[in-house]
Design a binder for this molecule. Structure first.
Ligand SMILES: [Zn+2]
Length: 63
């Protein structure tokens, strides 16, 4: 039986790409942004503070 790449990914601890807050599993309220082909997650506070930048598709390193 082959491992599902998606299932493997969900086992990885999720951390906020901006402030580093860790979460168990994938918080439904967190924002997921795809940058350079990889997923980045942002916690509630960071997503709210940077919603324009996320929607504008600016790389997070610009913040
Ligand atoms: Zn955060």
């Amino acid at each position: 039986m082959q491992l599902d790449p998606e299932a493997t990914e969900t086992a990885t601890p999720i951390t906020c790409a901006r402030c580093g807050t860790a979460a168990d599993g994938t918080p439904p309220t967190w924002t997921c942004s795809v940058e350079n082909g990889s997923r980045r997650y942002f916690c509630d506070d960071c997503a709210r503070a940077n919603i324009r930048a996320i929607e504008g598709r600016l790389d997070s390193s610009w913040w």
